[in-house]
Design a protein around this ligand. Structure first.
Ligand SMILES: [Zn+2]
Length: 189
């Protein structure tokens, strides 16, 4: 299995060569680009040098949901629908939702670079998996664990096949949560 930490180190090193303006390109190593400012933000957050982000703006949220209406969820490829003006729970699985790729709880921002539009089911399952992951730490996760989670979440949102290949444990937790939500839905809870 590829050692993801080395990948991240390599990519950060490559990125430094080109200066900070170039997004981290995993090229043939990983097919995602993680905005370097998001990683550094999360890192500053971990060291107590950055506050939790504020909530995301309503206009940005509406703009993104409108843009992605009728497109496919990047994780499960379900066609997603923008349910304007409706409050919904888990029952509308294909509703489009805005998601912080790096969750606010581990230092993600509410900037567009850190947002993704996914189906309600993937978004919720990911949130549940994240909570389970957080619960394993007695206090706070270490930066090393958090960084690993950040890379996984980026893959989960942008390249699920690679997420499964590199982080099978985290991937299976996510899939288990999806299945639990699905059966809850089938039972009509
Ligand atoms: Zn989905």
């Amino acid at each position: 299995m590829i050692e993801e930490r080395n990948n991240l180190e390599t990519c950060l090193a490559i990125n430094r060569l080109f200066g900070d303006h170039r997004p981290i390109s995993y090229g043939s190593i990983l097919p995602v680009e993680i905005p370097p400012e998001e990683i550094s933000r999360a890192q500053r957050f971990f060291h107590g040098k950055e506050p939790k982000t504020t909530t995301l703006s309503n206009s940005l949220k509406k703009r993104m949901l409108t843009l992605y209406d009728g497109k496919r969820c990047p994780t499960c490829h379900t066609v997603i629908r923008y349910h304007r003006g409706i409050k919904f729970g888990h029952e509308i699985a294909d509703a489009s939702t805005i998601e912080h790729v790096i969750p606010i709880a581990i230092g993600g921002s509410s900037e567009e670079a850190n947002l993704a539009v996914r189906c309600n089911l993937c978004n919720r399952a990911s949130g549940h998996a994240m909570n389970e992951w957080l619960q394993q730490f007695k206090e706070e996760p270490t930066w090393d664990s958090a960084r690993r989670m950040i890379l996984y979440l980026w893959l989960e949102t942008h390249d699920i096949t690679m997420a499964e290949a590199l982080y099978p444990q985290l991937y299976y937790t996510f899939m288990r949560k999806k299945e639990q939500l699905n059966s809850k839905h089938r039972r009509g809870d």
